[in-house]
Every structure is written in structure tokens, then in C-alpha cells.
Design a protein around this ligand. Sequence first.
Ligand SMILES: NC(=O)c1ccc[n+]([C@@H]2O[C@H](COP(=O)([O-])OP(=O)(O)OC[C@H]3O[C@@H](n4cnc5c(N)ncnc54)[C@H](OP(=O)(O)O)[C@@H]3O)[C@@H](O)[C@H]2O)c1
Length: 277
Amino acid sequence: MAKQNGKTALVTGSTDGVGRMVAQRLGADGWRVLVHGRNRARGDEVVAGIKAAGGVAEFLQADLSSMAEVRRFADAVRKTTNRLELLINNAGIGRGDPQGGREMSPDGFELRVAVNYLSGFLLTHLLLPLLKQSAPARIVNVSSLGQQAIDFKDVMMANDYSGMRAYRQSKLAQILFTIDLAHELDGTGITVNALHPATFMNTNMVRQFGTPMSTVEEGADAILKQAIGPEMEGRSGLFFNGLREAQADAQAYDPEARWKLKTLSLELVGLVPAKAS
Ligand SMILES: NC(=O)c1ccc[n+]([C@@H]2O[C@H](COP(=O)([O-])OP(=O)(O)OC[C@H]3O[C@@H](n4cnc5c(N)ncnc54)[C@H](OP(=O)(O)O)[C@@H]3O)[C@@H](O)[C@H]2O)c1
């Protein structure tokens, strides 16, 4: 039986893939786990597995492609718990079918930008008060080594679209956000880091269009180091490739690019009023 540690973790995208493994391992480690995804049947299965192993878990359903859903989800989290020591922004979609066209979110954003980046940006901001009152707390953004500089003239990639480019820009956006947020959270007791979990893990995302080269266990080890590793205490604003600290794309270290992305993101998700153009 897992001995409860009195702490609560939210793992987005934990109905499948590496997120599911992370949720199971946090449950076994005594965390109360908020399991999340769109698929209720798979979510209920993950919760049942954690409970069968003596842990505590609940499932919260939300489709993170819609910013209204992200807001409703954040409300549901706040109604479910008055403590949150760990937020893992893991939910994501891959590059999609190379033959497929540009996909859009219900809000009219490019779909990978919405699901992989903007949803985590908004969710994190909405949950910051809860994280602050629970500090020390950690935020982990599950990004990727697949990164490409954001073209600020065409952030939603209306031109020269490819799912790969969209995936890479959304994953780099998570890292720019991580570095910026780490500065903002300095002194609050909340740390935030980003990582590439492992290369071509054996998950749906990879199996759809490629050949797995690593396991979800390897990816989960890397995420859990960021999430609960004692060696990460007080460390913030970093990017890791698996278990090792690494350099992200150069754009992540450009303060002007980060400022542009932050200003735009706050407007896109409605956290500040959009400027009249
Ligand atoms: N696989 C790799 O080798 C690899 C490499 C580098 C980085 N990553 C990153 O690792 C993270 C997890 O990837 P994975 O390989 O484990 O993927 P996966 O097996 O496809 O799982 C993705 C998870 O995200 C959820 N999800 C997808 N779209 C969603 C949406 N619109 N709203 C809410 N939840 C959504 C899915 O749940 P539902 O289906 O229930 O909605 C599922 O739980 C991603 O951020 C990915 O970019 C993966």
C-alpha cells in the first residue's frame, strides 16, 4: 500500500502514454493524483489502477484544444482540491498525418499551438494562486528536442504549413514560457522546468507514424526527476534532455522573443484584453 504524503499532483494527458506512467508512479509514491485527458473510459481505468495499488486518484475530463474548456478545467481542479504541489503540463499531440492539412482549434488557433502550448500557458496561469498557496511547488512542462524558432510574422502558420513545423514551434514555445515564468516566480517557492522526456517513446503519438526507440519508463524517469527529484529542489528555468541539463533552441534565450511570445499569448488566451490592431 502506498503511504500517502498529503500532496496533490495534476498530470495533464495521463490517460495514455508517458503521462499515464507518471500518474501511476506518483500514485504509488503516495501522491493524490488528478488524472486528466479527454477519454473518460481510459481515465477511469488509470484511476482504478492507482487505487488498486493503494493510491488516491480522481479523473478530470477536459479537451485542451478549447480555451473555454481550459478555464472550466481549472475551475474543476480548484473545486476538487485546495492544494496543488505539482503541475505537469504533459498533454500533447504529435505532428499528425504528413499528408493531412492544417488543423485548427475551436478558437481558430493552429491546433498544435493550442493543445501543446496555449492550453498549458493558460492552465498554469489560472492555477498559479493554488500553486502559490501550496508552495513549495513545482511545474514541469513536457516539451521536446524537436524545436523550431517561432516565426512571429506567422505564429499560426497560415503559410508553408507542416504538422512537423507546427509541433516544433509549439514545443519551443513551451520552453520560452518556462524560462520567462521561472523569472516571474523567483522567490515564490515555485520552480518551473521543461524537458524532452525521451526520443520516440513507445506511445500512440510515435506508433502512428514512426518506430519507437525508447520506453515510457525512460520518459517517466526523466519527468519524475523534474517533478519530485530532490536534486531539482530550488532549480528553475532549465531545459533537460532526458536526465541531463541541455541547451534548447537559441530563440529560448532571446529575451525579446520571449517578451513577444508572452505578450501575444496573454492576449490570445484572454488574460489581457487584445490590443486594437
Ligand atoms: N512520444 C515521444 O517520444 C515524445 C518525445 C518528446 C516529447 N513528447 C511529449 O510527451 C508528451 C506526452 O506524449 P505521449 O507520447 O505520451 O503521447 P500520447 O501517448 O499520444 O498521449 C497523449 C496524452 O495527451 C492527451 N491529449 C491529447 N490531446 C488532448 C486534448 N486535446 N485535450 C486533452 N488531452 C489531450 C491524451 O489523452 P486523451 O486521448 O484521453 O485526450 C493522452 O493522455 C507530449 O507533450 C509530447 O509532445 C513525447
